[in-house]
Design a protein around this ligand. Structure first.
Ligand code: AMP
Length: 465
């Protein structure tokens, strides 16, 4: 998974982009990058690690210009490490182009093979390079009925060609000459929004990134929309609009920050509703509701409110450790769970507790947490998960493990209960999950349902880890 941010029309462009991408750090911690431009020259800095540690004041001084795009990476396709950090920059006959991308392209390998056979060169192993390589072929495509503004006649038919060839999930921001271009794939898998701060335009994966620069959400980029901004104004195009949508429901379950407005709703409200629905489906009685911080907190509030039970912080989080999942190896992930959470004996001792977490993926985190709760004296532990069992890997940008690693594919409910060591275990039903979003038909929930909006045969080849 990744986060992207952009700024157009400010002498503080790179500073704002830096702040925005910092507030999207939860979307990726492996590497960070920022490109800025004055409309003529693109300057880029890419570094491994997290934003605050990676970026230095001298970097910001170097990143001049009134436009900027930024990226935090959490590799889902391509090698990890700094080599595939974004923005990806490429010299073309249209000048230098820079792009940041969130999502996975599912026809990466075949398309790359085709282009390489035609002599197109690639420098990275990330699917994002495809956009610029396709533009670089010089081929054009103008969908019928699309009328181009004179300022867009050069770049857009080239970009539309690229978009007509790639398949899968993409929200992107691109610097092309004096323009900043934003776009979302027609199914709208990943979020992307545009905000305003006076005359400055802001772009970000999630609206929480506008707050940090005292900007306001203007609107979301619509699925299939390409938005161009330059001195001539803002222009919106829909080259490939279709009726079908596949917005990622896992963004609501886990990924997005709760204070973000995505897919037409506040993540906080949907997430709380997940907890309420979970409570409605559950007749367990308990003394106290305990969330697994941070991801279980909002659904636990909903659960506790629905049940009229006290909500208590029975697990305390050390805030100096990052998200445990975002580590490339299992061994590191295991260690991190213990570093991150500690049992609060004042709440737990002798109590019958309901523990709420957002999702159960491999089951290793929960096992360790339950162990902790028992050691601290909890009398009964009832684990409740605010989403259905994860049974399918994601091919559209969320880093889920392989099908075999998913605990719900390896064990039945009773076995999982034993493995984790709880007195009872219950998930939110699929129907219950779907009832928590307003437009259920517009969502992809393949990780819970195995119903993939883009056929799996096509995508299986391009999944690399
Ligand atoms: P586990 O069951 O040990 O694999 O850990 C599951 C926990 O990791 C969940 O409760 C989430 O909080 C978190 N999680 C689930 N999916 C992801 C993901 N794709 N990326 C990062 N964290 C995740």
């Amino acid at each position: 998974m990744c986060g992207i941010a952009g700024v157009w029309g400010s002498s503080y462009a790179s500073q704002y982009a830096f702040l925005q991408i910092y507030s999207l750090q939860h979307r990726g911690q492996e590497s960070f990058g920022l490109s800025s431009s004055d409309g003529k020259e693109i300057r880029t800095i890419k570094k491994p690690g997290r934003v605050l540690e990676a970026l230095k004041q001298e970097d910001l001084n170097y990143l001049k210009g009134s436009m900027a795009i930024a990226h935090v990476r959490y590799s889902t396709a391509g090698d990890s490490g700094a080599t595939n950090a974004q923005p990806i920059v490429r010299k073309t006959d249209l000048g230098e182009l820079a792009i940041v991308h969130n999502g996975n392209l599912v026809n990466y390998l075949s398309l790359r093979g085709e282009l390489e056979a035609r002599g197109v060169e690639f420098r990275y192993s990330s699917d994002t390079e495809l956009f610029l390589a396709l533009i670089d072929t010089g081929e054009t495509f103008l969908p019928e009925g699309v009328k181009l503004h004179p300022r867009d006649r050069e770049i857009l038919p080239r970009l539309f060609y690229a978009l007509s060839r790639v398949e899968g999930a993409y929200s992107f921001l691109m610097i092309a000459g004096d323009k900043l271009i934003a776009g979302r794939d027609p199914l709208g898998f990943r979020p992307l929004a545009v905000g305003r701060k006076g005359k400055t335009l802001l772009f970000a994966s999630e609206s929480c990134a506008f707050e940090i620069v005292e900007g306001d959400l203007w609107r979301e980029i619509r699925p299939g929309e390409v938005l161009v901004v330059d001195e001539g104004g803002i222009r919106s195009y829909f080259p490939f609009d279709g009726a079908k949508r596949a917005q990622c429901i896992f963004e609501f379950v886990y990924f997005s920050r709760p204070d973000s407005f995505i897919f037409g709703e506040w993540a906080y409200e949907v997430r709380k509703e997940l907890g309420r629905q979970l409570a409605r489906e559950d007749d367990t009685e308990a003394d106290v509701v305990v969330p697994v911080p941070d991801s279980g907190v909002v659904p636990a509030i909903g659960y506790a409110q629905e049940k009229g039970l006290p909500f208590e912080m029975g697990l305390i989080r050390n805030h100096y450790v990052g998200r445990s999942f975002i580590e490339p190896t299992q061994e590191l992930r295991n260690l991190r769970v213990l570093m991150k959470l500690s049992p609060n004996r004042a709440v737990l001792k002798g109590k019958k507790i309901v523990v709420i977490d957002d999702s159960l993926v491999r089951g290793t985190t929960s096992k360790r947490i339950v162990n902790m709760l028992r050691r601290a004296g909890a009398k009964e532990i009832h684990m409740r998960i605010a989403s259905p069992p994860v049974i399918g890997p994601c091919y559209y940008g969320i880093d889920t493990p392989t099908r075999e690693e998913l605990i719900a594919n390896r064990m039945g409910l009773e076995e999982i209960k034993e493995f984790i060591g709880v007195d009872s275990l219950r998930y939110l039903s699929l129907e219950g999950l779907r009832s928590c979003v307003r437009e259920r038909e517009n969502f992809c929930d393949a990780c819970f349902s195995n119903e993939y909006p883009i056929p799996v045969e096509k995508v299986a080849v391009s999944r690399r880890r």
